[in-house]
Design a protein. Sequence first.
Length: 348
Amino acid sequence: MTPFTLTSLTTLQTLKADTIIDVRAPVEFAQDHMPGAINLPVLTDDERALVGTIYAQESPFNARRIGGALVAQNTATHLQNALSGKDGGWQPLVYCWRGGQRSNAFATILDQVGWRVQLLEGGYRSYRRAVVQTLYDTPLPHRLMLIEGGTGTAKTALLHHLSQCGAQVLDLEAMAEHRGSLFGAISTPQPAQRMFESRVARALTPLDPNRLTFVEAESSKIGQRIIPPSLWTRMGDAPRITINAPLSARADFLCRAYADLTRNAAQLGNLIDLLRPYHPAGRIAKWQAQAQAADWQALAAGLIGEHYDPRYTKSAAASASPVAQIDMPDLDEETLIETAKDLITRFT
């Protein structure tokens, strides 16, 4: 076996492995894992809990004996199934929580088969330390430009067009799997905080700090995920471009972007109810009636004009003046593409 030492996230660019294998239990893997890793657990969630209980309540020896048998059985299953098609030239990297018994046991068997196995020194914890170093301990060197604007001004769509036109972008809402507002949840659950941070760190690592990176202006939380402190500090210092568009265009865009909500009237009604502390009962009743009648354009316009815009105006008033204001007549694809090209020409 060959040890692989991870000193920073850029070290991963030197890794030469065909497959990264995380042998931790599925619940650990779901919380976070190295980029591109697959999960071949040597202990299931229940088995890991059992071994831990035996270790604490009986003896470390009994825990190792029982755990060793389970590891051997599960490793055999992986050899017979997930790894059965690997030829002699296959090179895996193996890791567990801290590079201890689980990964060593699995890697030893793979090594004895004849594969050239690399073992991550320090396990997942060494990877997590590199993420924390990037997002908590070290000021980010990246040059950011925030794209801000009221709800429905197609900021995320504009980011995508900027990327397609060759600009560097950081799409935080995609990584958080949330559209950033009360109505912003999507059909899949948000990743764990650690997984979100891994995605952010992985996205930042290849970006050229000398080039401008566009990112959407966000609050400190996207859904339930918190923007890591080093990035949040950099965003707070970044210049901003404000996007403006007519209310009718914004309402039309929201109807397209949030079409999933129009297919679930009960869910939409529950979300509108969450606004009761902020609005008169009559206004809530009006929005509920518009939702029941499928009058999406009127509902979207009302939510923008009576709920979101007043809050955005108050927040924007406390910020420094934007470096540019972009007034778009509509939010059609052609307009967004031309706006993206114009921003690249002006600012990169």
